[in-house]
Design a protein around this ligand. Sequence first.
Ligand code: ATP
Ligand code: MG
Length: 269
Amino acid sequence: MSDPTRPQGPKIIAVANQKGGVGKTTTTINLAAALQETGNRVLVVDLDPQGNASTGLGIESQDREFTTYDLLVEDAELADVIQPTELDGMSIIPATVDLSSADIELISNEKRSFLLHDALRQPAMDAYDWDYVLIDCPPSLNLLTVNAMIAAHSVLIPLQSEFFALEGLSQLMLTVREVRQTANTKLRIEGIVLTMFDARNNLSQQVEQDARDNLGELVFETKIPRNVRVSEAPSFAQPVLQYDPSSKGAEAYRALAKELLNKQLTLAA
Ligand SMILES: Nc1ncnc2c1ncn2[C@@H]1O[C@H](COP(=O)(O)OP(=O)(O)OP(=O)(O)O)[C@@H](O)[C@H]1O
Ligand SMILES: [Mg+2]
């Protein structure tokens, strides 16, 4: 599907929150699958040494010969690092624990914050004709996350509907602002999405209220419910849209993709 706000080349979205376990990987995988389902060509970049997005999309560790580490640190060819997934038109650059040493290894590299930016803008990218690139960030505001924010057009922030959810958000926003003031002046917040939402739980409602009061339109209307099918899907190496297409979780990620696409159409109008 064409997106009129799309810059030349794919739209690049970093999925980030330095808090652990808030649904970054789940959102990356399933939003990617939902965008794929509507006919988009999507590349997932696993930028987390934990490699959860790679596992969740069926790339087992022994099959990760070339990884994000090779792309960033060893200047590997795109053709070597990009691997197809089971879904047509959806690929992934997998990660392994190697990536955890990138910070230290790159310390004397002047371009260390721009490595992903440059890798994703090399001419060889054009041939793939991606519509979207989704970057799954690690739970930290480290060099990898900064690389993602400099490479991206926007940041999508999953917010877990739990106590302390908003804590740490100001730090994240500050980092986005710093990147915007320096290396990537056009960086936008794509939106904040409430994850693991439990409508029966007062706390979830409270977090939603707080988020909407404080962050207004930045918060997506779509909420991702806590849904056991969502948490089961990665162990079957599938997005929930494939594992259980009619589950509440799959429906929610479809709605999120639709809202994201609509937002862009509105912005372009
Ligand atoms: N909507 C949901 N319903 C049920 N379980 C969920 C949902 N979203 C995420 N989970 C589960 O919560 C856990 C954390 O999710 P996920 O791995 O996506 O978070 P993360 O932010 O990527 O974590 P990390 O910071 O470690 O990278 C996982 O076990 C995942 O299966
Ligand atoms: Mg993760």
